[in-house]
Design a binder for this molecule. Structure first.
Ligand code: RAM
Length: 363
């Protein structure tokens, strides 16, 4: 289950090892105080020119939602780059299904291995807390990324502002369907913190569109086969659906492939959501999908890796307004806890991809 990063088998057709990224994907955010152009970092240095007092030889366990989701694989790869730059290493460990139960053995493995930090994408907001607190008692720093946990004393690395992700997806769909029609959400796991927070803001934003009605939310568990099954169920229950928002890269790519093979549906049905440009490019090119959003998952993992190494070295803290440096991405400021979210940092705003810019992105 656990394996050294360099021996991972990558099951997706993307040359991720040496990715470079367009500057457009790296805009500024509320918590990001300085930035350098992505991809210009020099191993062993940070934006300020030194790796400071980050300890050498740190071992950071990355525990993604599962080990097969291409989005999570890219994020973990960003983490591995960060730790390599800092003279440490990443171990990627998780299950193959998006459940908390499948992640708990990996937390135990991190404890057994005397890891310095855990970076985890929570499949559940609270079910992982007993194991994570056991890890903390063993001296392991905890960082969540992608999907938060509600457990105490950890830093959440948010890919973009949570409210902005939810509201912008509704706005993006509204624009394409003339603010009118029945819509549905094709989500990932029903317990995923990120999905449920985004859906909460989608529902809030929908109150601004009185002629758009959310008729159903279905859960594909970030598994392509399950996503397809629930999509087909949705389409047979609501044959006149005007729009689908899929805030998951697995869901949107599955749905795009289905629509591509059933083009008659495109006369009344619009798909949008959060997708990997590399997976969605053919569907943008042939007009199956007009626009969708995301951020750079490699940067997300890289930032989480720097955060974990900095916490483990004592060069970052959970204190509001404290700062730490994240290599090629520059300096980040810890935001105050708000609602159910504890101390956090935000990577940056999402990018909208369409036919005008899709060729510029290779993640
Ligand atoms: C999927 C996962 C992940 C989410 C992305 C957008 O890969 O559900 O958690 O952040 O999509």
């Amino acid at each position: 289950m656990a394996h050294s990063y360099s021996r991972r088998r990558i099951g997706i057709p993307i040359a991720m090892a040496a990715l470079t990224f367009g500057v457009a994907a790296c805009g500024s955010s509320g918590s990001k105080t300085t930035a350098t152009t992505a991809g210009t970092g020099t191993p062993g240095t940070t934006a300020s020119g030194t790796s400071g007092s980050i300890k050498k030889g740190l071992v950071v366990y990355f525990i993604p939602k599962d080990t097969q989701n291409p989005y999570e694989v890219i994020a973990d790869q960003g983490g591995a780059t960060a730790l390599k730059d800092l003279g440490g290493k990443v171990v990627v460990s998780s299950g193959t299904a998006d459940t908390a139960a499948a992640q708990i053995p990996s937390i135990q493995a991190a404890i057994q291995a005397h890891a310095d930090a855990i970076v985890i994408a929570g499949n559940d907001p609270s079910a992982l807390c007993p194991s994570l607190s056991q890890a903390q008692a063993a001296g392991i720093k905890v960082v969540s990324f992608d999907s938060d946990v509600t457990c105490a004393n950890h830093l959440f690395i948010n890919q973009a502002n949570t409210e902005q992700i939810g509201t912008s997806e509704v706005d993006l769909l509204a624009k394409q369907i003339n603010n009118t029609g029945d819509i549905a959400i094709l989500s990932a796991a029903a317990t995923a913190t990120n999905q449920n927070q985004w859906i909460g803001y989608m529902k809030q934003q929908l109150t601004k569109y009185p002629n758009m009605h959310l008729v159903s939310t279905v859960y594909g568990n970030d598994d392509p086969a399950t996503s397809l099954t629930v999509l087909q169920g949705l389409l047979s229950a609501y044959p006149n659906l005007a729009g689908i928002i899929s805030p998951t890269t697995v869901g949107i790519s599955t749905a795009a492939q289905y629509l591509d093979n059933h083009k008659d549906l495109l006369s009344h049905l619009t798909l949008t959501g959060l997708g990997l440009p590399s997976q969605m490019k053919p569907y943008i090119k042939d007009g199956t999908v007009k626009a969708f959003e995301l951020w750079n998952p490699n940067d997300l993992g890289y930032l989480a890796g720097y955060a974990a190494a900095s916490l483990a070295s004592g060069t970052a803290s959970l204190t509001t307004d404290s700062k730490f440096t994240a290599g090629r991405l520059g300096s980040y400021t810890v935001l105050a806890p708000a609602g159910t979210t504890g101390p956090s940092v935000v990577l940056g705003p999402p990018t909208v991809f369409d036919s005008s810019n899709i060729d510029q992105f290779n993640f």
